[in-house]
Design a binder for this molecule. Structure first.
Ligand code: DPP
Ligand code: ZN
Length: 871
């Protein structure tokens, strides 16, 4: 396959105005008839019309009602080409035969536990019918579905239901019409035995919208939280962005077999069940929060993605970056803003930064979701809420109904505010995580304080030389009393600048760092301040500063920016962990720094702090994050060090942790509200620390929590604590848990994941056994992500020096690729950073990648990742 580049974008030669689809769903095959009104872009042009197609059988082909002659078209495995189509507007009718029952790729039309469903983003529509499968082809659709009435009583597609009725032979039909133009990746169809939870939402201009969440009947009671989330999202988008829903019906369907989280098809969102179904006994707080965020995310796409869509797939961040940002803001407003920001930044560090530094590094464009959201956040940091809103308003005014580019979004933000964004656009094109170095000097005589920044963007594949980036640095200067010193002006670039804070907390100032090196000098600073930089994590960079440990402890205790309080603690923890890793590698005894212990103790005991914040603040950086900071990643050393610190903290603060568990119990019914989830978060982290100790009394305590828990959040935390110690108790609770929940596959997946991630040496054998467990199924992506993906998340076992972990994954990828290439390609990504490890591991991983590449009939998805990883 040929790689496609952004610079090769060409406007289509033909537009599609209307598309009438007709599906005849059957048990062996399904017929799809597609009638398209085609307009040549240029009058009188007669270039060939090339349609995409995959796994399709062409049954008939008509142009303007006449069967097309053999010499006027040709079909191969990827395309249907009309060699000389009419030069005026014409009608094209294509009938194809497809086999959804045999479709295990879960792209296009497929069956999932008896029901039909579709997934078309990015290029699944070509598995349904021949089409120009690209997002800049926007058309109006109708969709007629015919199917057996008893097997498929519910027939859904996009838009409004305009007709329905019975047919001969026990069949029935429906016709859906979507009044909005859309690209084909937003097409959806669902057919099956489903029931709905119904509700209504009245928009602020008075439109009454029917809301329906569809699941199999037995799951309906678990959709209350999803419905709550949907209504909250609809209200929020009106309040914050003035955006209303634009149809009278909004459907969500939950399916158990789905490659990703969810899909924003116009008015017919399709979700992975795990992001819809929740009850206190079967879902954790994290699941509840994920449901809120993803229901919001898909709903928000209605404007950012659907009404305004992407011109081509290089613009993916146009919709994903923006929509992730919007869902992050939504969740922040619904819960704790600081804690949400901490979680999102941790995710960025765990997933994005390592990728940025490896062979798969790529710019925000084409497809970096999380970093794309950071780029959108920087617009808001620079423009403030109201400036950002002005930019959004202009974006919709200019581009509603269009397929556009990231530059169009940038231009709307700039023009609505008359802003100077200098080299900001580089964020979309330059890959890699910028490194920002800062040094400070205080001049007591002149009462000036200087910050000198220098930046560098590391080379990445295909981009050896980089330009400096535009980095907004949100800054506060703390005085010795812990409060912000007012900042009124700064000398920069030979000029005195007055600076605005855009409604940031304290005396936060936004510095615009745009050059390779530059200095900012602040006046009237009465004492040497402690700088709090990148408040709220104002730019996705790695920062090195000359802050001392004392400065960091001071920020941890005093910064008015809670995110930076957490960050100061994390920097201290990262330093500590790296220095212990080096001790470990030199066979020196490990000793825990007392200052660090006291820091943790004082946060744990600080009743003025939010409990959820405390839980985050006493959580050590992940092993991946530490490995990412090392010259040569050493999974054994990092794991040993992290376990050592956890255990030390647990034994030194044992009583405090026990008290924390006990004082944060509750006998009230489960509520998903901030005070309760904060309470559970703190209780569970305390229990997790205690779980590291070899102590009968602690095992008893955890067992007590396990048995008395009234919700999964607390019960599962107890199970995790018990899971850390191999032995009879562990085996018994794991068996008990399975027994209790074997009928609920979402809970069983957590049980798989827990065992898969275990650090117990030689766990690969246990995971291999679990592959044969009756509840496991290679065809279900969630199960694969839990068991195989979970295993790759355990640094000690996946990276085991005997190569057993790599060998396991290699085998799995080859097997999976035959079933579901998208899922296989996600799994193979675990190898992509193989060069970060020592030589032994490198050669073991490389051998597996080579083995995968040599496999027969390898998919393009896996080929791309495996070959790029080796390059
Ligand atoms: N477009 C989909 C989403 O935003 C991709 N997972 O959820
Ligand atoms: Zn999305």
């Amino acid at each position: 396959p040929k790689e496609i580049f952004l610079k090769d974008y060409k406007q289509p030669d033909y537009f599609f105005d209307n598309v009438d689809l007709k599906f005849t769903l059957g048990e062996e095959k399904t017929f799809v008839s597609s009638k398209i009104v085609v307009s040549p872009r240029l009058q009188g042009s007669s270039s060939p019309l090339v349609l995409d197609g995959a796994d399709l059988k062409l049954i008939s082909l008509h142009v303007n009602g006449k069967e097309l002659k053999n010499e006027d078209f040709h079909v191969d495995s990827r395309h249907l080409t009309l060699t000389s189509p009419p030069s005026e507007k014409f009608t094209l009718e294509i009938v194809t035969e497809i086999y959804p029952q045999a479709n295990t790729s879960l792209e296009g039309l497929y069956k999932t536990t008896g029901n039909f469903c579709t997934q078309c983003e990015a290029e699944g529509f070509r598995k349904i019918t021949f089409y120009q499968d690209r997002p800049d082809i926007m058309a109006k659709y109708t969709c007629r579905i015919e199917a057996d009435k008893s097997l498929y009583p519910v027939l859904l597609s996009n838009g409004n239901l305009i007709d329905q009725g019975d047919l001969e032979g026990g069949k029935h039909y429906v016709i859906w019409e979507d009044p909005h133009v859309k690209p084909c990746y937003l097409f959806a169809l669902v057919a099956g035995q489903l029931e709905s939870r119904d509700d209504t939402f009245v928009t602020r201009s008075g439109r009454k919208v029917e809301l329906r969440i569809w699941t199999p009947a037995q799951d309906l009671p678990k959709t209350a939280h999803a419905m709550y989330s949907l209504k909250a999202a609809m209200k929020w988008d009106e309040d914050v962005f003035g955006l209303e829903y634009d149809l009278d019906l909004f459907n969500i369907v939950a399916v158990p077999d789905f490659n990703m989280g969810a899909m924003e098809n116009k008015s017919l969102n399709i979700f992975n069940s795990k992001l819809v179904l929740a009850s206190p006994e079967t879902a954790t707080d994290a699941d509840y929060a994920a449901i809120l965020g993803v229901i919001g995310h898909e709903y928000f796409h209605n404007w950012t993605g659907n009404r305004v869509t992407c011109r081509d797939w290089f613009q993916l961040s146009l919709k994903e970056g923006l929509t992730v940002f919007r869902d992050q803001e939504f969740s922040s407003d619904m819960g704790s803003r600081t804690v949400k920001r901490i979680s999102d930044v941790s995710k960025l560090r765990t997933y994005q930064f390592p990728q940025d530094a490896g062979p798969m590094a790529h710019p925000v464009r084409p497809h970096s979701y999380i970093k794309g959201a950071e780029v959108v956040r920087m617009y808001k940091t620079l423009l403030g809420s109201s400036g950002f809103r002005k930019g959004m308003d202009l974006y919709f005014k200019r581009h509603d109904g269009q397929a556009v580019t990231c530059e169009d979004f940038f231009a709307a933000m700039r023009d609505a505010n008359g802003a100077d964004f200098s080299n900001f656009l580089l964020w979309y094109s330059q890959a890699g995580t910028p490194r920002l170095k800062v040094t400070s000097t205080y001049n007591a005589e002149a009462k000036t304080y200087s910050l000198k920044f220098s930046q560098e963007v590391p080379a990445t594949p295909g981009q050896p030389v980089k330009e400096p980036m535009f980095i907004p640095v949100a800054l506060g200067l703390l005085g010795s009393n812990g409060n912000d010193i007012p900042i009124n002006s700064v000398y920069h670039d030979g000029k005195l600048e007055i600076i605005t804070s855009n409604g940031q907390p304290g005396h936060t100032t936004i510095l615009r760092v745009t050059k390779k090196e530059e200095e900012f000098v602040f006046n009237d600073i009465p004492e040497r301040p402690v700088p709090s930089m990148l408040r709220g994590y104002s730019a996705p960079v790695r920062m090195d500063s000359d802050l001392t440990d004392a400065d960091l402890y001071f920020l941890l205790a005093n910064d008015c920016d809670e995110f930076n309080r957490w960050e100061a603690g994390q920097i201290l923890a990262r330093k500590l962990m790296l220095s212990l890793v080096s001790d470990f590698q030199q066979n020196k005894p490990l000793v825990l720094n007392q200052k660090f212990l006291h820091g943790v103790k004082s946060i744990l005991g600080d009743s003025s702090l939010d409990k959820e914040f405390i839980a985050k603040a006493i959580t050590l950086p992940g092993e991946g994050e530490i490995m990412d900071m090392m010259e040569v990643a050493d999974p054994d050393a990092v794991h040993s060090v992290r376990s050592f610190i956890r255990k030390q903290l647990a034994s030194e603060l044992k009583q405090e942790f026990i008290d924390t568990v006990k004082s944060n119990r509750s006998s009230e019914a489960y509520e998903f509200d901030h005070p309760n989830l904060a309470r559970r978060a703190l209780k569970n982290i305390a229990l997790a620390y205690l779980g590291t100790l070899e102590d009968e009394a602690i095992t008893e305590l955890a067992l007590h929590e396990y048995k008395t828990a009234t919700n999964l959040t607390e019960q599962f935390a107890a199970l995790v604590a018990l899971d850390q110690k191999p032995g009879q108790t562990r085996d018994e609770v794991l068996a008990d848990f399975y027994d209790k929940w074997q009928h609920d596959f979402l809970v069983v997946n957590k049980w798989f994941a827990l065992q898969a991630m275990s650090d117990v040496p030689g766990n690969v054998e246990n995971v291999r056994k679990l592959l044969n467990h009756p509840a496991f199924d290679m065809r279900n992506p969630n199960k694969v992500y839990s068991l195989i993906g979970g295993f790759c998340g355990s640094p000690v076992n996946f990276h085991s020096k005997d190569g057993s972990g790599y060998k396991f994954l290699g085998e799995m990828v080859v097997q999976l690729d035959k079933i579901n290439p998208q899922v296989a390609s996600r799994m193979v990504s675990a190898f992509s950073r193989w060069k970060r490890y020592d030589e032994t591991r490198q050669s073991l991983a490389k051998a597996q990648l080579e083995m995968i590449l040599a496999a027969n009939g390898l998919s393009e998805n896996v080929f791309e990742i495996a070959s790029k990883s080796l390059a």
